[in-house]
Design a binder for this molecule. Structure first.
Ligand SMILES: Cc1cc2nc3c(=O)[nH]c(=O)nc-3n(C[C@H](O)[C@H](O)[C@H](O)COP(=O)(O)OP(=O)(O)OC[C@H]3O[C@@H](n4cnc5c(N)ncnc54)[C@H](O)[C@@H]3O)c2cc1C
Length: 465
């Protein structure tokens, strides 16, 4: 695509709209805005802007569309697939300054927020009203619109589902600057195609989200975690389908290995309650009374012991649960700190195929002589597998990463899995998406993009662009 470069006239327009303090160019733009957490894909924007309301976003989009300038929406830049990187330069729209909680509607159990509100602020706010926003992705400093646009998953997906299940309505600025509302404070909706569900997970390629109506639940009163040690990762993972089959529904089932726990301990400078075993399952159960939660976990504890668990440690206190879950939350950062560069495979496979996929990815370590670390949401089949560069030279790293990823994504396809369980496609996983979904699906997706954005102005080069 041949886009127009941002020039003095464009900057004058942006300054007239937003004022000098909310328009940045050249060296005034911090290097952080050239990448997200993936960090291997970088490009500085030509202009960085910070709108504070929908009208400003609409005017920016209208101007960019008329002047052939690419626009990339960005939340907090915690994405892992290069989704918020301005691949073609142009204007980067930092949505994190639109960060007000607008309304708690206790009659309809909804929360209306601006796009830049952080996930951690949402849970804190609603919990202080005895309410619950269930999606629980690991990175709590992400924005809600970032979560919506990647359809973020997280730890509680086993029982509660993912971000899409908690979005009731959205306000969206289209690439031509028009503003539409999709969904609303309604529980049911069969009124034509669901644009709401299409925008969720669209990674900023179809519109800019400027407001969201979220669905809330009553806050469960009690949560208990079980930390279950096993002699091997295989034994731990092979237990997961047995737990699922038992029809008891934990909030979360995560798996982890000792190696990763040790990295997290070092990274956080805090001890983990147990690290004597090679592998662990971490399960949480919630409910409204201690008895209800106990009933739910007792049968699962028995299943784990029958499947070879060495013990079942029950964490009832807030403090003990936090020491375990804070380590779990630090795994990604801890692995990252242990190497020079890494890339991630975030495939999702049917839950009875997790053991097979993890075993296969472990074998690739030996085959390609490269370090591979994994942990993940075993309960929903979404694995996070990290390939580490360590001291490899650029050429060798590029080749090995490609070979290892080709093997992993091929195997995920054979197991009827999908390319991304929760981090999205962005730029980094485009090739694998195209291979996985087939021509007909790809044509439909490209047609949808062209209908929303005929000039390919919004976040070009991402997903199918
Ligand atoms: C330590 C760590 C742990 C993580 N754990 C999880 C996890 O458990 N589950 C999970 O799903 N993810 C996880 N992530 C990934 C990341 O936090 C999510 O992808 C998150 O949703 C990104 O939010 P953000 O605000 O940082 O968005 P960004 O990274 O800034 O953007 C992400 C995408 O959303 C688009 N976007 C942002 N705002 C808007 C808007 N207002 N309108 C339209 N498009 C927009 C961007 O263009 C981009 O395509 C983790 C990341 C880290 C670093």
């Amino acid at each position: 695509m041949n886009y127009k470069k941002v020039d003095e006239k464009d900057i004058q327009f942006l300054v007239s709209l937003l004022g000098e303090n909310r328009v940045f160019v050249g060296e005034a733009i911090n290097e952080d805005f050239s990448h997200d957490e993936l960090a291997s894909i970088k490009r500085m924007p030509e202009a960085l802007v910070e709108p504070l309301n929908t009208e400003e976003v609409s005017q920016i989009m209208k101007y960019a569309n008329e002047n052939n300038i690419p626009v990339t929406p960005r939340g907090q830049g915690t994405g892992l697939v290069g989704g918020a990187v301005p691949l073609h330069g142009g204007i980067l729209v930092n949505m994190s300054k639109m960060n007000k909680i607008l309304e708690l509607d206790e009659d309809n159990l909804t929360l209306t927020v601006e796009p830049g509100v952080l996930l951690m602020e949402i849970s804190k706010f609603v919990e202080s009203h005895d309410l619950f926003y269930p999606p629980d992705p690991g990175e709590k400093s992400a924005t809600i619109a970032g979560n919506i646009n990647t359809n973020a998953g997280g730890m509680r997906a086993v029982k509660y589902g993912v971000t899409r299940d908690y979005v009731r309505g959205l306000e969206v600025v289209l690439p031509n600057g028009e503003v539409i509302e999709v969904g609303g404070k309604i529980v049911k909706n069969s009124s034509g195609y669901s644009f709401k569900d299409l925008i969720v997970g669209s990674e900023g390629t179809l519109g800019i989200v400027t407001k969201a109506i979220l669905r809330l639940l009553p806050l469960p009163k009690k949560a208990i975690s079980l930390l279950v040690p096993f002699n091997s990762l295989e034994e731990a993972i092979e237990t997961v389908p047995k737990v699922i089959k038992s029809k008891s529904i934990p909030t979360a089932i995560e798996y982890m290995v000792r190696d990763t726990i040790l990295s997290a301990e070092e990274f956080l400078g805090k001890p983990f309650p147990d690290k004597s075993a090679d592998a662990y399952l971490l399960l949480t159960f919630d409910g409204n009374s201690k008895e209800e939660v106990e009933r739910a976990y007792e049968s699962v504890a028995e299943i784990c012991l029958e499947a070879g668990a060495l013990d079942v440690y029950i964490s009832e206190t807030q403090e003990r649960q936090e020491s375990i879950w804070s380590a779990r939350g630090a795994f990604l950062e801890a692995i990252k700190a242990s190497t020079t560069e890494m890339d991630e495979c975030d495939v999702v496979v049917p839950r009875n195929k997790i053991a097979e996929f993890v075993k296969y990815s472990n074998e690739l370590q030996k085959e390609f002589d490269i370090r591979i670390k994994s942990f993940g949401h075993a309960g929903d089949g979404n694995l996070h597998i990290y390939v580490l560069r360590d001291e490899l030279g650029q050429e060798e790293w590029d080749q090995k990463l490609k070979d290892v990823f080709d093997c992993m994504y091929n195997r995920a396809r054979e197991l009827n899995g999908q390319v991304s369980g929760e981090h999205g496609i962005g730029f980094a996983k485009k090739g694998y998406l195209c291979e996985s979904i087939g021509d007909q699906y790809l044509t439909l997706m490209r047609g949808i993009k062209a209908t929303f954005d005929p000039n390919n102005i919004l976040n070009p080069g991402k997903v199918v662009g």
